[in-house]
Design a protein around this ligand. Structure first.
Ligand SMILES: C[S@@+](CC[C@H](N)C(=O)[O-])C[C@H]1O[C@@H](n2cnc3c(N)ncnc32)[C@H](O)[C@@H]1O
Length: 281
């Protein structure tokens, strides 16, 4: 599978959510507790206590939180890249904050749709692309490209939005409108934001749970923030989804073995997969 440079440019120039702006706000609330949760999520899914002796590629690094977590888990080399210059700046800011002298941490702008770029990076023991490839505008090509830098015996850790059929198509339209028109953005945030908050509140009341716990405990989900994730959900476009079986089949055909899976906790959430590459062609 390959994309022509013209098609890639067209896809990348289309309406896109300003992820970097959202991550910049998130950085204000980043603290030790969130970083520890990010580390835990890597340890849990990669089934390891640390990344000592291993290289780590952070595809679509966003805030840079997971690159920080990889450095703290003693990765020997970390390379972080994102399509959005503001995400690159966020990640650079985190390096200044926490690991100013980390010469084994490279950060740059790059695209998951650029197969030449990915091939030039060389190979990594862990390739991490959480919630990224479905936002590129060409998910299956991005999945193909993500296999390129995985070393033999290395792991590919990805998360992709769950395919909900009609409902996914509906949300895709909402996100598209959010990104296409500044005039639709505020009503979308007000209407669907209120809908998501109210649905959560009703669920908590029915289950006799403290509704405030939803906000306080959200950081247990990979160190993330409830409000950052709501905006990411409402505006995160381009938006594609995948069924579990389609992802298994895709990677099996390319010599990858599924070693860990975490199905989406909510139907509209991300399915997480860790694949092992036994050998390289
Ligand atoms: C939902 S965020 C996930 C960020 C991070 N991986 C995490 O787990 O927190 C999606 C990220 O994908 C990035 N992205 C979108 N298209 C991309 C592309 N073609 N190449 C690289 N990154 C891309 C966005 O800029 C954004 O930072």
């Amino acid at each position: 599978m390959s994309t022509t440079p013209e098609l890639t440019v067209a896809l990348e120039d289309a309406a896109k959510f300003a992820f970097g702006k959202n991550w910049r706000r998130f950085l204000q609330s980043l603290n030790e507790e969130r970083i520890a949760e990010a580390e835990k999520s890597l340890q849990n899914m990669l089934e390891t206590d640390d990344l000592a002796g291993r290289s780590f590629l952070d595809v679509g690094c966003g805030s840079g939180l997971f690159s920080v977590a990889a450095i703290r888990l003693k990765a020997k080399r970390v390379h972080s890249f994102d399509y959005d210059p503001q995400c690159v700046a966020c990640t650079q800011e985190l390096r200044c904050r926490y690991f100013q002298d980390a010469v084994h941490w490279n950060i740059e702008q790059g695209s998951a749709l650029d197969d030449g770029y990915l091939a030039r990076l060389g190979t990594f023991d862990v390739v991490y692309a959480w919630g990224v490839l479905h936002h590129t505008g060409n998910m299956w090509q991005a999945l193909e490209n993500a296999t390129l830098p995985v070393a033999a015996g290395g792991k590919l850790f990805i998360a992709l939005y769950n395919d909900q059929g009609m409902l996914s198509r509906f949300w895709r339209q909402v996100k598209r409108n959010y990104c296409r028109s500044i005039f639709l953005r505020v009503p979308i945030i007000l209407f669907f934001g209120t809908y998501i908050l109210t649905a959560g509140l009703i669920k908590d009341l029915v289950l006799l749970k403290n509704p405030l716990a939803r906000f306080r405990e959200y950081k247990r989900s990979r160190g993330m923030s409830y409000f950052t994730d709501i905006l990411d959900w409402l505006g995160g476009y381009p938006f594609e989804v995948a069924k579990l079986d389609a992802v298994f089949d895709f990677f099996r055909a390319r010599g990858f073995e599924l070693v860990k899976i975490k199905p989406a906790p909510r139907p509209m959430g991300n399915n997480e997969f860790v694949f092992l590459r036994r050998s390289r062609p």
